[in-house]
Design a protein around this ligand. Structure first.
Ligand SMILES: Nc1nc2c(ncn2[C@@H]2O[C@H](COP(=O)(O)OP(=O)(O)OP(=O)(O)O)[C@@H](O)[C@H]2O)c(=O)[nH]1
Ligand SMILES: [Mg+2]
Length: 463
């Protein structure tokens, strides 16, 4: 069932701006706008079928009073973003004008759009598949060059066509095997088991590679989590402020200043980083401080990169103690940041540096206060970014990742069934399950309103 109501919303950010765009989509879009709009040039009517993909200058009028001078763009179905008749009114960006125009539209039979409803309609009308529609959301939210590239690739459809191909190959086999079942008396084999096995193995490889890219995709989208860890007073909050170029965290010479984790993001080298300043680690009896320190260890576990800040002027924690406390996993990287270099006599530096480098870990010498050495630290951080090629397909959507995980289980079952000579009807069930899961990604297999509403819920209104 395709939606028949006509929806409207302001598609530009809320508040005051130079201009604002109000979008209207649905059967009544053109007629509704025609009721409130008077073109400046005589003899034109929006409802005239020859008016399409055109911009028309005129006035929005309410009870003979001009509300605003606007430009109206008319798109006729199916040549529009949603696939329906669509009008975009570009008005002056005053919140009052926007509200007045919306009220006129509501009075003319339109209703307010829900979040993502324009894109949802584009999907329902076959303008985009589901993964492309989701990429529109990611594109709007992209805050770094890497996230932008990933969303753009998904929107262009390269991503979807790959799933569609895998799904088609599997469908072919499922059909063949089902045909066999119809002829089960005669013991014929339409589906070549060896070919199916090789296809299943190929699909398993592709799925596993894609699932493997999720860790990368996820951090590119949400920011690479970098935890700033160390003893109290080492200069962690000073370093956070320096990395973010703003006074985000309180700095003081009192030990235990930071009690709670403080996070913020910044783009460096085209990639989004999420820096997390934490409570300094020390022995304390203070209950609140202990809670903060517990949180520090949690943040450390979740981080992709750990910046362990060491005060060069202090006695300094020994490298062995750091390794003991960090429990690095295979995917985590540790950078030792030797701070307050400005206060250390230069002749003492080589010895300190050598001591920390002995563990073959990355060591950077900085002064968070003066900014010296920050360029080296930023270089090291950028080097931590997982390498991705221009055309790599990367999964960044949790929903897709979950479908891939289930598809992977199903395809493993297919392979096991083929290897052990399981009966065709059992194998075909697993093939169908795999097809179903791959179809979830592009939306071919999703038919319920509720699932769709959930997916589009995270969009902004007007998109
Ligand atoms: N000379 C010098 N002082 C610094 C430097 N970095 C930080 N400091 C000083 O060291 C003190 C502690 O700095 P913070 O950034 O608050 O240290 P912290 O690691 O966040 O401390 P806690 O929150 O208590 O764990 C402050 O007085 C800072 O001004 C530096 O590079 N050079
Ligand atoms: Mg602090």
């Amino acid at each position: 069932m395709l939606p028949s109501s006509t929806i409207c919303a302001v598609s530009t950010p809320s508040g005051q701006g130079g201009i604002a765009v109000i979008r209207i989509s649905g059967d009544r879009a053109i007629a509704a706008c025609n009721n409130l709009f008077i073109p400046v040039r005589k003899g034109i009517s929006l409802t005239d079928p020859s008016v399409k993909n055109k911009i028309i200058f005129g006035n929005v009028v309410k009870a003979n009073k001009v509300i605003d001078e606007v430009l109206v763009t008319v798109f006729r179905a199916p040549s529009s973003y949603t696939g329906e008749d669509t009008v975009e009114i570009s008005c002056h960006g005053s919140p009052f004008i926007q509200q007045e125009i919306l009220k006129l539209l509501l009075a003319n039979g339109c209703r307010m759009a829900t979040a993502g409803e324009f894109t949802q309609r584009a999907f329902l009308n076959g303008k985009l598949d589901l993964s492309q529609a989701e990429a529109v959301g990611d594109l709007i939210a992209s805050s770094s060059a890497a996230a932008h590239r990933m969303a753009m690739q998904q929107m262009r459809g390269h991503y979807s066509s790959m799933f569609a191909r895998l799904r088609d190959d599997l469908l072919h086999f499922a059909t063949m095997m089902e045909l066999e079942l119809d002829f089960s008396e005669e013991e014929v084999e339409f589906a070549d088991r060896r070919q199916l096995l090789s296809l299943a193995s190929h699909i398993e490889d592709v799925i596993n590679r894609l699932s493997g890219s999720f860790a990368t995709g996820n951090v590119i989208k949400n920011g690479i989590p970098v935890a700033i860890i160390g003893e109290t007073n080492a200069g962690k909050s000073t370093l956070l402020n320096r990395l973010l170029h703003e006074e985000r965290a309180i700095v003081s010479d009192v030990h235990g200043t930071t009690r709670d984790a403080i996070e913020d993001t910044v783009v460096m080298g085209g990639v989004l980083f999420r820096f997390i300043d934490t409570a300094g680690i020390r022995n304390t009896a203070d209950r609140l401080e202990l809670l903060g320190i517990e949180r520090t260890f949690r943040k450390m576990e979740e981080a992709a990169v750990i910046l362990w800040v060491i005060d060069l002027t202090g006695n300094g924690i020994l490298p062995e103690a750091i390794y003991e406390k960090t429990h690095l996993s295979d995917t985590q990287q540790l950078i030792l940041v030797l701070n307050k270099a400005d206060r250390l006599p230069p002749e003492c530096l080589p010895e300190k540096q050598a001591m920390y480098q002995a563990g073959h870990h990355d060591v950077v010498v900085i002064s968070a206060q003066s900014g010296a050495g920050m360029d080296k630290l930023e270089e090291k951080l950028i080097a931590c970014i997982p390498a991705t090629g221009e055309n790599d397909v990367i999964v960044s959507n949790l929903r897709h990742y979950e479908a891939l995980t289930k598809a992977s289980e199903a395809v493993r079952q297919v392979i096991r069934g083929l290897e052990t000579g399981a009966p065709g009807d059992l194998i075909v069930q697993d093939v169908r399950e795999c097809i179903n899961q791959l179809g979830q990604i592009t939306g071919q297999q999703i038919h319920t309103e509720e699932v769709l509403r959930n997916i589009f819920r995270n969009f902004c209104i007007g998109k």
